[in-house]
Write a protein of this length. Sequence first.
Length: 180
Amino acid sequence: MNSTPPLPRSLPAAQRGVTLIELMVTLSVLGVLLAVGVPAYTSVTRANQISAQSNNLLQTFTLARSEALKRGLRVSVCPIRNDDTSACQTAADWAGGWMVFEDDFGNAGTIDPGDRPLQLFAPAPGITITTTAASVVYLATAAAQAQASFDVSKPGCTGDQKRTVGVATTGRASIQRVTC
């Protein structure tokens, strides 16, 4: 018979928790990860919001251009406030939202009786849109009546997070990254 000697009772009993030192090390590592991760997350979130709003503007101008060509009439984009489609706002109000509308009657770039809204775009909270253009007007040929430039940013912008959405007189819209 093979007999093996019994194991010594030097093995510790099952642990029932963590020691104070283990808890302090874990909290220290968590603190370092949060100190590094939260600012990076905030920066990524800010960059994504600026990019999304820039893409909304680009989509707007592309839609207005294609509608002008498809309908064979003038189509404009202008800033509005609180989904009010009765009047365009000033050039300083693009962050409050904007609208694409058939602009076949009256003055170009303004809402006149008979003009019909095609699509509304909601504002993005905290986003700043800077431009001198009170409206962007597309002619029936899909050309823009005038060149326009829109700077899209957000407070705390760093590096090249800022975007410039440009509309050429050919009607083509584009986005560029620029330094804040």
